[in-house]
Design a protein. Structure first.
Ligand code: C2E
Ligand code: MG
Ligand code: MG
Ligand code: MG
Length: 279
């Protein structure tokens, strides 16, 4: 009855935090099972060269298994981080994605790259580097075909330790991308302080494109600065033709977004790579 009487003060018999707690607890248990059953899936979103309009690589994006209740990565990744499951899950993500790109490189004779999202917790795990080294060796792919996408939240933790970790990853040839740049805490200091190779412009910045005035000038100047710093620039969230064509004008190296392709399962990427229009 309580649910029907929205305005009744007794209707709120379950405090928010408790339902939130239960929800998280349930997701947590499900994640454990799904890891055990190995039924998480990776989708791959193509990344295109702005110059040639061809696929240069992919970003691996995790997907909840197909079941009644589906969670998005934004919902379950934070839970996996909090309950200490992200390192194990992250390990699986790296192995699977690297193995997949090795297959595509071999089957289609293309020097494709793979970008993997690395959570801040994973970046602090000392097993990350050995696992990456082991994985590229096992699959026979060059480490510079692997991009590690990190967000700025990872850079606030313990800056000296993070610098050292990133430096080691870099020394081994792995590419470091700063994800979602232009959102929230984006700081130019990060671009100077850390060994970053690639900057991914957050998709919220795409709204700057059609703006025409002040915000467009910010985007234009930002692109100019990032180019000056010899950073590789990826435009995320390309949804319109005007956004897509502007990438070339602003000298952005790569582009990614629903207009070009959504994240897709392996078989659909296979079909895409097999299509002759690519080569
Ligand atoms: P992200 O790394 O910034 O990934 C890009 C997100 O934008 C993806 O959402 C992708 O599906 C979506 N996207 C791509 N193009 C467009 C577009 O044109 N328009 C719009 N509106 N969206 C677009 P997704 O897959 O739901 O992932 C959300 C976030 O969850 C990711 O943001 C990343 O932070 C995290 N995530 C996803 N997969 C993984 C993973 O394997 N490991 C970790 N640690 N985090 C992951
Ligand atoms: Mg990403
Ligand atoms: Mg992003
Ligand atoms: Mg994001």
């Amino acid at each position: 009855h309580s649910k029907q009487n929205g305005k009744n003060q007794f209707s709120c018999y379950k405090p928010y935090y408790q339902t939130e707690f239960n929800r998280r607890f349930n997701i947590q248990n499900e994640i454990k099972n799904i890891i055990k059953e190995e039924t998480f899936r990776l989708f791959y979103q193509p990344i295109y060269s702005t110059q040639t309009e061809t696929i240069v690589g992919f970003e691996a994006l995790i997907r909840w298994p197909e079941m009644d209740e589906m969670f998005t990565p934004d919902e379950f990744i934070p839970v996996a981080e909090e309950c200490g499951l992200i390192s194990e899950l992250g390990k699986w993500i790296i192995s699977t994605a690297v193995q997949q790109v090795a297959l595509w490189r071999e089957n289609f004779k293309l020097s494709l790259t793979i970008a993997v999202n690395i959570s801040p917790v994973q970046l602090q795990d000392k097993n990350l580097l050995p696992h990456l080294i082991d994985t590229v060796k096992k699959n026979g792919v060059p480490s510079d075909s692997i991009t590690l996408e990190i967000t700025e939240t990872a850079l606030f933790k313990d800056s000296e330790k993070i610098t050292e970790t990133l430096r080691q990853l870099s020394q081994h040839g792995f590419k470091i991308a700063l994800d979602d740049f232009g959102m929230g805490y984006s700081s130019i200091a990060h671009l100077i302080e850390y060994p970053i190779d690639i900057v991914k412009l957050d998709r919220s910045m795409q709204s700057f494109v059609d703006d025409g005035c002040k915000r467009y000038k910010v985007l234009e100047s930002l692109a100019y600065m990032l180019n000056k710093l010899d950073l590789t620039i990826v435009a995320e969230g390309i949804e319109t033709e005007s956004q897509s064509s502007l990438c070339k004008q602003l000298n952005l190296d790569y582009k990614q977004g629903f207009l070009l392709s959504r994240p897709l399962p392996v078989d659909q990427i296979d079909a895409m790579l097999a299509s002759p229009s690519l080569s």
